[in-house]
Design a protein around this ligand. Structure first.
Ligand SMILES: C[S@@+](CC[C@H](N)C(=O)[O-])C[C@H]1O[C@@H](n2cnc3c(N)ncnc32)[C@H](O)[C@@H]1O
Length: 275
């Protein structure tokens, strides 16, 4: 029997990138090779066919850019800790496990309940039921110590600016000098949601508009790298088919805001003594 889903508004959006990764896995030249996502889609009782349009492929490109940053972190810190805040049904731990990393996946109650039907905690892998906005899980990470990589993919966009800023400040204070990766959407992206076929299929809407991630310095974050789908890391781009590698650059020339409004950002929290 397939597993039914009963998810809140924002939580339901996790099924969009899951389906994108599943479709990618079925392609002859897959970017992520996320066959686990394809298996999950088979096991979940949900009409995924209602999701259409470029955001499905976009979710795959986004995941590969985030993977690139985590991979680089793990080369420098093979025993480091990675925390995915708002993990949904991501299989990133399986994709990137180097046999030494300590990995935490965090998400809210209904998503975690769904996730636990398919995944179990392991030696170096722990799922946490919690909110990115709360602090009750910070102790787990502090107890662990050592180099830490925080990431949050397609989560903060769904919350109002004041709440996002407060959460980022909180994270920056609690985890000094740590890399933190998340995506931002500018006005062009926020204004086009109702025309986006995947958003027509769900009720959640993105709420946080951020045209320039450099402004997040006010939250105690330094921008290290900001990318769009037209300029991924070179090693990441090497794994993309030409239709994305060249297509995104062409699209940026013709319709710049369509590409540049959505940014994938790597930031760093300020050092403890930065004041
Ligand atoms: C678009 S999905 C992204 C899921 C995953 N990061 C991915 O890329 O596949 C948004 C995710 O945000 C999660 N979420 C919603 N509210 C949250 C909160 N307060 N704290 C952490 N995660 C939250 C949802 O459960 C869902 O998994």
């Amino acid at each position: 029997m397939r597993v039914p889903v009963a998810l809140g508004e924002i939580q339901e959006t996790l099924l969009i990138p899951l389906y994108g990764r599943a479709l990618d896995a079925r392609r002859r030249r897959s970017i992520l090779g996320d066959t686990a996502a394809a298996d999950l889609v088979e096991q979940i009782d949900y009409d995924f066919s209602k999701f259409r349009g470029p955001s499905l492929g976009g979710a795959v490109l986004r995941a590969s850019i985030f993977d690139g940053w985590v991979r680089r972190f793990l080369i420098d810190h093979p025993d480091g800790t990675v925390v995915d805040l708002g993990c949904g049904l991501s299989t990133r731990f399986r994709r990137l496990d180097n046999g030494r990393v300590r990995w935490f996946d965090l998400d809210v109650g209904d998503t975690m309940a769904l996730r636990r039907q398919f995944f179990a905690d392991e030696d170096r892998y722990t799922m946490i039921e919690g909110s990115i906005h709360a602090t009750d899980w910070y102790g787990l990470l502090r107890a662990r110590g050592g180099p830490l990589f925080l990431l949050s993919e397609a989560v903060l966009l769904y919350f109002p600016e004041a709440q996002v800023h407060a959460t980022l400040r909180q994270l920056a204070q609690a985890f000094p000098a740590a890399p933190l990766a998340f995506d931002t959407g500018g006005r062009a992206m926020m204004g086009s949601q109702d025309r986006n076929p995947v958003f027509r299929a769900v009720s959640a809407r993105m709420r946080w508009t951020c045209d320039d991630p450099r402004t997040l310095q006010q939250c105690g974050l330094r921008l290290v790298e900001s990318r769009t789908f037209a300029d991924p890391q070179p090693d990441v781009a090497a794994g993309w088919p030409a239709r994305y590698r060249l297509g995104m650059k062409a699209l940026r020339l013709v319709l710049p805001p369509m590409v540049t409004t959505y940014k994938l950002n790597l930031l760093e929290t300020a050092a403890a003594d930065a004041g």
